[in-house]
Design a protein around this ligand. Structure first.
Ligand SMILES: [Zn+2]
Length: 235
């Protein structure tokens, strides 16, 4: 039934509205990713806790990985880092010289504002001093950052894995902000045109007219003379 009605004259309007919602959501998503990447480049942690018990691996661990026995958690504006490792004490005890001592290590870097929306993960397996390289037992998700902007944050990557709940919330929030700025601008422009006795749609001079001769829109609002007029659409 709704489809029938939509297929009629209202169909164009519904379609336009849906399209505009989709556009604003797309814009919101783009702003969200841009903000998260900005956090990836510039955010730093202000609080750290090295004795967080039992948060597990910060991201899905490969099959056969033992449970971690050491965790750390740090956060700052736009950034949360959770890392975990297993067997690090043993590795330190042998001064990282014994290749039979295997250390598993993983860190997740979550970026975004107000919620964390994008994640990059690093994980590695270390035997003695040898660290498995990415792609050969070691693994990284995220693009390396150019060294120029990445000074001091060498471990970070530009995150490209979305954290869906945060991604959705931020996207809707930024879409709403963009929409309210956009509609506020439109409203201001319309008010200004109305004040100057011009058509709100095309700015054609419509003083003392009921319908715009240029675009056919009904003239609503106050003319420069001060007479309030109502168009076909009402106010
Ligand atoms: Zn007009």
């Amino acid at each position: 039934m709704w489809a029938h009605r939509a297929a009629g004259q209202g169909g164009g309007r519904v379609k336009r509205r849906l399209l505009s919602i989709a556009m604003f959501l797309l814009l919101g998503a783009a702003i969200n990713v841009a903000v998260a990447w900005g956090c990836g480049l510039w955010a730093s942690t202000s609080r750290s806790d090295d004795d967080v018990p039992g948060i597990g691996w910060p991201n899905r661990a490969p099959l056969g990985w033992p449970e971690p026995d050491r965790w750390s958690y740090s956060r700052g504006l736009g950034l949360t880092i959770r890392s975990a490792c297993e067997n690090l004490e043993q590795s330190f005890a042998t001064q990282m010289l014994d290749p039979s001592v295997v250390v598993h290590w993983m860190a997740a870097y979550d970026f975004g504002l107000p919620m964390r929306a994008m994640r990059s993960t690093r994980r590695a397996v270390q035997r003695g001093r040898a660290m498995a390289r990415p792609g050969r037992g070691g693994m990284e998700w995220g693009w390396p950052l150019p060294p120029l902007v990445n000074r001091g944050f060498a471990m970070r990557r530009l995150a490209f894995v979305p954290i869906w709940p945060g991604f959705a919330v931020n996207t809707v929030l930024y879409a709403l902000i963009a929409w309210s700025i956009g509609s506020g601008t439109v409203r201001l422009r319309r008010a200004r045109r109305r004040r100057r006795g011009r058509c709100v749609a095309c700015a054609y001079d419509v003083s003392d007219l009921d319908t715009c001769p240029e675009c056919g829109k009904a003239v609503i609002g106050t003319a420069p003379g001060g007479t309030a007029r109502r168009g076909a659409e009402g106010v």
